[in-house]
Design a protein around this ligand. Structure first.
Ligand code: C5P
Length: 201
């Protein structure tokens, strides 16, 4: 049986850190699907048409630290509402999930749309304030300037857009296990997730 772990949740809930740790622990490959939307967002900021950029996206485009800025995150969240953009990115994600040796995919709609038959589905969440504070510290630690209040506002705006879009809105799959990381350290979240996955392997 192919092992696929779906990790969904809102921005800055700790999905990325957790997914990397889980992939390392179980020896699975990891795909941060937000990078696909960010790469399309970056292409649009550079003047491209979102649907064309999505349809011609090369995997090499995902390996780019410039995708980590707030401006690209914002552009990604805006193009992520376009059904044709989402459709163009489905096959790449499903092929990745089906690879031998297991895979962890993190995003917004992995358990609901991309991999409805995933072996384990985690919905990782945290309060908007906790997530904004984490994003703030991430940016400051990366040497970028950041404004706490503006980040909280952006986190809320992205949550709202992700949860209310018509195509693949952010919501936990019916069979997802919710992990609220508001009061957990990264190590505690990792230990909980490993226990949940191990029970289902
Ligand atoms: O997770 P990350 O912050 O990198 O995602 C950037 C944006 O891409 C999100 O705000 C969301 O709108 C979109 N996204 C999505 N579906 C995914 C992953 C990301 O709509 N599976």
């Amino acid at each position: 049986m192919k092992m696929t772990v779906a990790v969904d949740g809102p921005a800055a809930a700790g999905k990325g850190t957790l997914s990397k740790a889980l992939a390392a622990h179980f020896g699975f490959a990891h795909l941060d699907t937000g990078l696909l939307y960010r790469a399309v967002g970056a292409g649009v900021l550079a003047g491209g048409d979102p649907i064309k950029v999505a349809q011609t996206l090369e995997p090499a485009a995902l390996d780019n630290p410039a995708l980590r800025t707030q401006a690209v995150a914002e552009a990604a969240s805006q193009i992520a509402v376009i059904a044709e953009v989402r459709q163009a990115l489905v096959d790449f994600q499903r092929d990745f999930a089906a690879r031998d040796g297991g895979a962890v995919l993190d995003g917004r709609d992995i358990g609901t749309v991309i991999c409805p038959d995933a072996t384990v589905k985690l919905f990782v969440t945290a309060s908007a304030e906790t997530r904004a504070e984490r994003r703030y510290l991430e940016l400051v630690n990366a040497g970028q300037t950041a404004d706490r209040a503006a980040i909280l506002q952006e986190v809320r705006a992205r949550d709202d857009r992700d949860a209310n879009r018509a195509t693949a809105p952010l919501r936990p799959a019916d069979d997802a296990v919710t992990l609220d990381t508001s009061d957990l350290t990264a190590d505690q979240a990792r230990a909980r997730a490993i226990a949940i996955i191990s029970e289902r392997m």
